[in-house]
Design a protein around this ligand. Structure first.
Ligand SMILES: Cc1cc2nc3c(=O)[nH]c(=O)nc-3n(C[C@H](O)[C@H](O)[C@H](O)COP(=O)(O)O)c2cc1C
Length: 357
């Protein structure tokens, strides 16, 4: 919705259950209530990675658009890329409600959604409709894939999704880091990770020979340095194309209210900012920048986005800050990044990557 409309609507939306408010926001976006914020279209921000051109390096993180309902309006808002999903092969309801909790005092959210989504058939239909549009907005489409709850063979779910959706994606993200699907984060261990990714990569080669999307892995921010080292070695061994660092955290900082601290699920937003920037910095140094990183976690202004880029991220994403600040946030961040570039004497955003790693 337009930014002025967001200012008017925010008190109403934020008086509702977060998921109901989110549903209304999606409906408004689908109905064409899309902001007309002026977004800088500046070559200094245009980023080419994996042979894809991102109009700017700021993307919408997974989870906002689980069913690929609003890819077009979110690109119109000014995001350089939209990561739709997490989608699972079969539709599922997710955990019982309520399962999303806002903490406005700390610009934070806790969610334990558990991948509610309408499944891969519906997702494919929506993507096809988006791709058919003649004058569609510029930008890159990422597809974030996950397994259904309780499956015996997670790799089969991921492979089925690569087969069904891989051809439509500018990049694919293997989500193995949401804390709300039992067993999912165990896929990050070396003995699980290498066989899983090997099967997915084989499936990609089979299903997407003519348009091979880069394959990324989304990791948790709660990994120890030792775990991260192991994972980095595995990812390089199997030749993964990039990583997303990271998902929500299981941390519960003391300054959160008692009510928030006791909620199960993943914490996102401001309390995650420093932690995710640090893990990006560690991963970048460990790998000497060999694997491109999408940095995500608690970005709520241009300084946060720039810090992640300087720590080693080639691109960044956000979700939670959008809930609190509305769509004008995107142009604010892009304009702020241009100011930062000028301050540092860079003439392109890529020059800042890893400068403070
Ligand atoms: C309500 C909610 C739902 C989310 N759902 C997903 C999801 O389905 N898949 C995923 O990979 N990440 C999901 N995330 C995590 C975000 O993509 C992101 O990694 C995390 O929230 C940190 O970024 P932020 O602090 O900018 O929100 C979700 C986050 C929130 C707040």
């Amino acid at each position: 919705m337009p930014s002025a409309l967001f200012t008017l609507a925010k008190p109403i939306l934020h008086s509702m259950d977060p998921e109901t408010a989110h549903g209304m926001t999606l409906k408004a976006l689908q109905a064409g209530l899309v902001p007309c914020c002026t977004v800088p279209n500046d070559e200094r921000l245009q980023t080419t990675l994996w042979n894809r051109t991102f109009p700017n390096p700021v993307g919408l993180a997974a989870g906002f658009d689980k069913n690929a309902d609003v890819v077009e309006p979110m690109l119109k808002i000014g995001f350089g890329f939209v990561e739709a999903g997490t989608v699972t092969p079969r539709p599922q309801d997710g955990n019982p409600r309520p399962r999303v909790f806002r903490d406005p005092a700390n610009d934070a959210v806790i969610n334990r959604m558990g991948f509610p989504n309408k499944g891969a058939d519906n997702f494919r239909h929506n993507i096809e409709r988006f791709l058919e549009k003649k004058d569609r907005a510029r930008g890159v489409l990422g597809i974030n894939i996950g397994m259904n709850k309780g499956v015996e063979d997670p790799a089969k779910d991921y492979c089925d999704l690569v087969q069904m959706l891989g051809q439509y994606a500018d990049y694919l993200t293997v989500n193995i880091s949401s804390p709300n699907t039992p067993g999912l984060r165990n896929l990050q261990s070396r003995e699980n990770l290498v066989p899983l990714l090997t099967r997915i990569l084989e499936q990609r080669a089979k299903s997407c020979a003519s348009n091979m999307p880069p394959l990324l892995v989304k990791l948790a921010p709660d990994l120890t340095e030792e775990q991260l080292q192991d994972i980095a070695a595995s990812l390089i061994e199997v030749r993964i194309d990039g990583v997303i660092l990271g998902n929500t955290t299981l941390d519960r900082p003391e300054y959160l209210s008692a009510g928030m601290r006791q909620q199960a699920g993943g914490l996102s937003g401001k309390p995650l900012t420093q932690k995710s920037t640090q893990i990006i910095r560690t991963f970048y140094s460990m790998t000497h920048g060999a694997l491109p990183i999408i940095g995500v976690g608690g970005i709520s202004n241009a300084d946060d986005a720039y810090a992640k880029i300087r720590a080693g991220a080639s691109l960044v994403q956000l979700y939670t800050a959008l809930v609190f600040q509305g769509p004008a946030l995107v142009s604010d961040i892009l304009n702020g990044l241009l100011v930062q570039l000028e301050k540092d004497g860079f003439n392109h955003i890529s020059q800042a990557i890893g400068k403070s790693a």
